[in-house]
Write a protein that binds this ligand. Structure first.
Ligand code: SF4
Length: 489
């Protein structure tokens, strides 16, 4: 692994982590600069590495792929001058399936393929759940893989397609692929965006001047001054060119949408728009629902910063219990300890968060967090709050218990490492040592994201597999590796 990679956060292993963000621009001068800005706004979706491919009518395709943050790699004039042209796509990644812990630069997207009718570059967010089987089949038929990334399967499937143009070859390839994926791709003249048939991962369309942009989230459109046009629909492919504008196709069988409900809870930035509503507003609603479902007498509602903040505000507004910043986040921690030593690592949460003692002493405190994964951070935060003299500590969690791994492009611990997979709510309360612990119910979460009647058990409106164990796409490769699905009820 390159030593240029940013450090793993000392306690990041207690959160689910989104693995990728994608961005593309067509029809602006120096499109790669816009892509770099877009990727910077999507950095929360992946910090390990990033890449940009551009095309210029005279200079052809060019690419730059680097480990580390966008701001450290794609801000220098020297690098950006190598990426000329009016068309570019880019990708930020955490790490993709199959390469965890041993990432090579060849695994960093976008990937490029040269076909008889010209070149194409492709980047995706998500996970192909039959990638191992496809890879085996392609290798048996003579394909030579250069990376361990799922995206390369798409390039090889495109190479084998008999269709005449690249968008049609991509359609052919994606019909063979199972899983949850959003794709941005480019040819010499076209920008292409695709969402999987269930629309598990996000992708939005924006207008920037006379040109167009595709992005994982709307917050990245804002940074380049693009206007949000609409979400790409589940199963939709848009082929965008300067000549014909946006052409929409639906190459897959239409199916009910299964957007990732965790995007609302945690992954997306609070200033993004999802389903016509700001993520911030949805998180505030989650807090309100939580307060209705699980009230408790207390003196203060405090967020676990930063992701618990909107839900804590909602909880406070609904309950009438004052909101307070009982825990202060050290904004500069990540920059200060670039390579933490073991002794610093052991200081754990205290490096990042500090308790506002004067506020907490003698108070009954409700702590609102977005999720409990392993529970290690929650335990340490509880200790800090008690050390500061709190009279009682009550945890309220803005998602249901995370009891199942995600196989759709999110980094999750194995099932036996998930606290909720091995303990009941009461056992978790004992384990964390708090006065009370309550999670929002699945129905409450659905109400908060705008489904007034809650979750439709017969056909859930979202993917919620990490809570329910009901996987909308069978994780075929994982089952081959021994994963046991939940028994039908
Ligand atoms: S399993 Fe959870 S994190 Fe993964 S896509 Fe579904 S809702 Fe999102």
């Amino acid at each position: 692994m390159s030593n240029l990679m940013p450090p793993a956060h000392p306690f990041d292993d207690d959160k689910l982590k989104e693995e990728c963000g994608i961005f593309g621009v067509l029809g602006t001068k120096e499109a790669a600069n816009f892509v770099a800005l877009g990727l910077h706004a999507l950095q929360h979706r992946g910090q390990e590495a990033g890449g940009i491919v551009s095309h210029d009518p005279e200079m052809g395709f060019n690419s730059a792929r680097r480990f580390g943050y966008v701001r450290d790699n794609f801000t220098s004039q020297k690098v950006m001058e190598t990426l000329p042209g009016p068309l570019a796509i880019g990708h930020v990644r955490y790490s993709t399936a199959g390469s965890k812990g041993q990432t090579a630069i060849r695994d960093v997207q976008p990937f490029f393929g040269e076909f008889a009718m010209g070149g194409a570059a492709i980047a995706h967010n998500g996970n192909i759940t039959n990638a191992n089987a496809l890879r085996r089949e392609l290798i048996e038929r003579g394909s030579i893989f250069q990376s361990s990334s799922d995206s390369e399967c798409i390039i090889h499937l495109m190479a084998r397609s008999l269709q005449r143009n690249i968008p049609e070859r991509m359609e052919d390839a994606l019909r063979r692929v199972e899983g949850a994926f959003s794709v941005v791709a480019m040819t010499r003249t076209k920008l292409i965006g695709v969402r999987d048939p269930l629309g598990v991962r996000p992708l939005v369309l924006g207008k920037v001047g006379d040109g167009w942009a595709l992005s994982s989230e709307t917050c990245a459109l804002d940074i380049i001054g693009a206007e949000f046009v609409r979400e790409i629909e589940p199963g939709e492919m848009v082929v965008i060119s300067e000549k014909y504008g946006v052409q929409s196709h639906f190459p897959f069988r239409r199916q009910p949408s299964k957007f990732c409900i965790f995007e609302h809870v945690y992954f997306s930035r609070p200033d993004s728009i999802l389903g016509g509503r700001s993520v911030y507003e949805t998180r505030e609603n989650i807090g309100r629902e939580l307060a209705k479902e699980s009230p408790v007498e207390a003196d203060l509602v405090c967020p676990v910063p930063d992701s618990g903040t909107p839900a804590a505000i909602g909880f406070s507004l609904e309950s009438g219990i004052p909101y307070a910043m009982g825990i202060i986040r050290n904004q500069y921690m990540g920059r200060t300890f670039i390579e933490p030593t073991e002794s610093i690592r052991n200081m754990g949460v205290r490096l990042k968060l500090n308790v506002n003692r004067a506020l907490i002493k003698g108070k009954r405190v409700i702590l609102v967090d977005d999720s409990v994964v392993r529970g290690t951070t929650s335990r340490k935060i509880k200790e800090m709050i008690l050390d500061a003299g709190a009279a009682e500590v009550h945890f309220r969690i803005a998602s249901p218990p995370t009891a199942w791994p995600c196989f759709y492009g999110v980094d999750t611990p194995d099932r036996d490492k998930l606290l909720a997979a091995t303990m009941s709510e009461e056992e978790m309360r004992d384990h964390l040592g708090v006065d009370s612990l309550k999670f929002i119910s699945l129905d409450g979460l659905y109400r908060a994201v705008g489904e007034a009647k809650g979750r439709d058990k017969a056909c859930p409106q979202y993917c919620d597999a990490c809570f329910s164990g009901e996987y909308p796409v069978i994780p075929a490769d994982k089952i081959d590796d021994g994963f046991v699905m939940k028994a039908a009820e």
